[in-house]
Design a protein around this ligand. Sequence first.
Ligand code: ADP
Length: 500
Amino acid sequence: MEIFDNSEKISGNLNSTRIEELYRSLFDKLHGFVFCRIVYKNKLAQDFECILVNKTFENQIGQKNITGKTFSEIAPVLFKNESNLIERCAYIANSGLSESFETYLDSLQLWVLISIQCQELDHFILSYTIITDRKDKEKSIDILLRRYHSILEISSDGIHIIDKSGNLIEANDSFCKMLGFTKNEIKHLNITDWNAQGGKEESIALISELIFKKSFFQTKYILKDGRTIDVEVNTIGIHLDKEDYLYASAKDITARLENEKKIIDSIILLKKLNTDLESFAFIASHDLKAPLSVVRRFLSLLQDQKNSLSNENKDLYLKFIQNSVEQMNNLITELLQYSSIGNNKDEFVRIDLEDLLNSVKFTLAESIQFNRATININHLPVIFGNKTLINELFINLLSNALKFHNNSNLLTIEVGYSDKGDMHQFFVSDNGIGIAAENLQKIFTMFKRLHTQTEFIGTGIGLALCKRIVETHEGEIWVESELGKGSVFYFTIKKIELTI
Ligand code: ADP
């Protein structure tokens, strides 16, 4: 309001000539301006007579004193070649309409913004601005944009741009495909819809942290169908037109991580096999040597004393030799058994454990009877596994339960089961000699025995074998025990869908 009052005061001080001069100079400095009248010949518009033009027009046409001249005289090239423009001017001068449009004048090789108005019949005012520079810039921007979009779309990585509130601004095809959304659906997403690590607050905090730097990290994205994938993300923050944006490029590395895990598992397995091999070397050099040297010693005694040896001693020596040979035989059989356990899931079949335990009891019938043991078998499920190995597992645990007791009480053995979600859990308990707390872990190591051969005969391979069988079924084995009171051996087996 103040400005208006002020300008009125100034104009009040100027005389009309000065005002006219000011208007004229303003008019001359405006864009090109020409006021024309249609020249008719036989009632047909033939040409335009210039009534008033400004300096810009004169300068651009390169002529002076144009008033009174016709268009065809002052701009013959334009008049001859731009018939569209000429017709449009004539139409507007007749119709009383006005029009603004951008057009390319081929004959002049110029882009112009033209405005044509009709003030009185058969007359028109044409004002124009040359916009070739602006058009060139627009063209360069368009080329840049198209290049940028083709880079965006050609990338196999999921490129996505978000604002600082996490709203998705733009995403390429690969990003849509990665998450399983269409281009239309993805438009309305926010980072919280795909960021699996953290809720809204954490996601916003993450953006604020990332927006000021270049980052590279690993995270998880949620897909449309609810599954999650592992991704490696590169981000860079960009400040554009007073707004902050985060540009992110995500690569799905789920398959790569799975492969890496497989490789790591194989390395672990290889290391284990190597350790087993070392153990084999150890048994060959140590555990097998002991019975072998007994055999050798008593054979040489038999040889040296063959004439003087009493029949009684001969029998005793032969008994020692026989026991040692039997021990070597057991060792070799169990070692072979241990080394033949593989991870082949193709050998997995449906096993009715109640049937299997009945057959195990039958196999051990002599020992059960000899030890006057009571064996209680609770309800057992049907599982999916390697039948030979599972049979071996129960035979080993029950044989140990039958072996490691001292007749001070009636031996009772129990086999039971509990369902642990995706695992089957079993136990084999006894009221035998029990195991000291410090040995609970050690006994699953190959050749680890807590007793001499005269106390309890054995090889020290049985529980290592059980451990390996359980691991083949993706489970674990452990023992709870109290010395003198008995032991409970637990093991788990991964549940597998029964498909047959
Ligand atoms: P082995 O039976 O040939 O000695 P194992 O590997 O089966 O070898 O067992 C290792 C050791 O664990 C045994 O020597 C014994 O000391 C201990 N052990 C295994 N089962 C029992 C059990 N039920 N009660 C007490 N001790 C046991």
